[in-house]
Write a new protein. Structure first.
Length: 254
């Protein structure tokens, strides 16, 4: 969406604050022995407690398929995105990484954010993957300035991830958000500066670098949702909803 009124901006900021608080609580709950369904239930309970609505539950992606059956996406290790927390319920183990991706609708406006969290102690290589992917999100946000282009964001993200020796998943990327879960423009996590759609003041975007520690090829699991790396490499994912203001991006879900 393009935010045009102060009232819309207030709702967006308030929704982002709610989502940030829930993701912080989920992150704090992550530990060996915790199940994916516990995290999903906590997310749903906290969203409803604020009078908001889960944005992913029952959402049917463009192109069909069945409605998404949970509130939270929980993707462990080589699961890239859209892991279903209750089909089947999985238990987190020491040394895993887990991506938590959540969207909510607050007074009609949708916000979307994700983090990848280490479960207990993880290897140095895994820490490096998480750091590089989070740094790529920061670089993408810094490049999101009205007057520039989608390709400036894409390039900044790609440079950060590949510069650290990892690869970018090409099938997935960021997107406009606000009225719908996924809106135009699509924001690839690779590209060239100056290319693609122009960035406009008031745009609400979800930037989401998604990386692999090995090869970038992915497959979709028989559940129709879970993207997985083909070679079994670990994957990380960080996402913020941002609002493009005149001078640059304001992070809505920080
Ligand atoms: Mg998301
Ligand atoms: Mg998203």
């Amino acid at each position: 969406m393009i935010v045009t009124t102060g009232a819309e901006k207030e709702i967006l900021i308030e929704g982002g604050r709610h989502l940030a608080a829930i993701l912080a609580a989920l992150r704090a709950r992550v530990a060996p022995g915790v199940t994916t369904e516990e995290l999903n239930a906590l997310a749903e309970e906290m969203i409803l407690a604020e009078g908001d609505e889960p944005a992913f539950l029952a959402y049917t992606p463009e192109g069909g398929g069945r409605p998404y059956p949970a509130t939270l996406c929980v993707s462990i290790n080589d699961d890239v995105v859209h892991g279903i927390p209750n089909e089947p319920i999985k238990t987190l183990r020491e040394g895993d990484i887990v991506s938590l991706d959540l969207g909510l609708r607050h007074n009609g406006i949708i916000v979307d954010s994700a983090v990848t969290v280490a479960v207990g102690a993880v290897s140095e290589e895994t820490k490096k993957l998480l750091r590089a992917t989070e740094a790529a999100l920061a670089a993408g946000i810094a490049a999101a300035i009205p007057g520039k282009h989608v390709g400036d964001i894409s390039h900044a993200i790609q440079k950060e991830i590949e510069g650290a020796g990892f690869t970018v998943i090409k099938e997935l990327g960021g997107h406009g958000v606000g009225e719908l879960v996924h809106e135009e423009p699509f924001i690839p996590n690779f590209g060239k500066p100056g290319e693609g759609e122009p960035l406009i003041e008031g745009m609400v975007l979800a930037l989401e670098p998604i990386s692999s520690a090995g090869k970038a090829a992915v497959t979709i699991a028989p559940d129709g949702y879970t993207f997985r790396t083909k070679d079994g490499s670990r994957s990380a994912h960080f996402e913020h909803t941002i609002l493009l203001e005149r001078a640059g991006a304001r992070i809505i879900t920080a």
